[in-house]
Design a protein around this ligand. Structure first.
Ligand code: ADP
Ligand code: MG
Length: 270
């Protein structure tokens, strides 16, 4: 962008030029904030350094917010939960220090995995989502999917001659959440697609897997014992396993109703 010689430029022209520079560089938020920052600089007698810092901080914050929004869009998280929403006292079966350690995201830096194992309703998806959100907020590329969805996408990709692209997609995120392994039988080539995804991520990037199938039962649950063993081998090599065997949070009110009813019936009978 052409500029006049600095001494010849009037203050008003200089202001217009500065605003044009900011727009040209696509620093739209800084351009918007410019009059406000200049007023503040005058009113508060800010140094040039302080005024520039304040101006650019606005642009940095806006850029960071845009990038986070884009990471969260890509992440496809199924709910808005954070770890703060998880009520540990409602689920004494879950090892809180272990979950808090995962939440430091050191496991993502180490390309380690996490396995959440337990029956339906105990908060596996909620915890996986909360960890994924924390990772996205910390700047990591995160993607959430279910085992059935992953299998279906891989199957479709294979039919359409996009297998390699599909594998690259699932290799990409620093943290991949694969939810609900074992709820639905994986279609034909599902187990092998899942194995390939896990194998190519092994030692490179982190995977969180949630399942209702106890590790001892994997061989029978996935039909192919060899694939199940190979998959477990990769997953567990560097993994935190969180077993949640407490009551279903979803059914807790029903449970309470059932207990109350039972007590009433027993009291009546005795
Ligand atoms: P799972 O994936 O193990 O079947 P979810 O994570 O879907 O269980 O949890 C079922 C419902 O109960 C969700 O709405 C979840 O937010 C809620 N929930 C489960 N555990 C807790 C908990 N400890 N504190 C707060 N909400 C919970
Ligand atoms: Mg779930």
């Amino acid at each position: 962008m052409s500029t006049l010689n600095a001494p010849q430029m009037s203050e008003a022209r200089r202001y217009q030029q500065l605003k044009a520079h900011l727009s040209y560089l696509k620093l739209a938020d800084a351009a918007d904030a410019l009059p406000r920052i200049l007023d503040a600089a005058r009113a508060e007698n800010l140094s040039v350094t302080a005024a520039l810092e304040r101006l650019l901080e606005i642009e940095v914050n806006a850029t960071e917010a845009r990038r986070l929004a884009s990471r969260l869009r890509f992440a496809c998280l199924p709910n808005p939960h954070t770890l703060a929403d998880f009520d540990f006292s409602a689920q004494p079966g879950v090892d809180e220090p272990l979950v808090r350690d995962l939440a430091t995201l050191r496991f993502v830096d180490d390309a380690a995995n996490a396995l959440l194992v337990g029956p339906p309703g105990v908060g596996k998806t909620m915890l996986a989502t909360a960890l994924a959100r924390a990772a996205a907020e910390a700047g990591h590329r995160v993607h959430f999917t279910t085992a059935a969805d992953l299998a279906a996408r891989c199957h479709k990709a294979a039919l359409e001659g996009r297998w390699a692209t599909c594998m690259r997609f699932f290799a990409g995120p620093r943290l991949l959440v694969i939810d609900e392994l074992g709820y639905l039988p994986l279609p034909g080539d599902g187990a092998s697609a899942l194995f390939q995804v896990i194998n190519q991520r092994y030692l490179k990037s982190s995977t969180i897997l949630t399942t209702n199938v106890g590790i001892a039962d994997w061989a029978t649950a996935f039909g192919d014992a060899t694939v199940a063993a190979a998959m477990l081998d990769r997953l567990l090599h560097r993994a935190t396993v969180i077993g949640i065997d407490g009551p279903s949070y979803r059914l807790r009110h029903h449970q309470h109703t059932a207990d109350t009813l039972r007590k009433a019936v027993n009291a009546h009978a005795s």
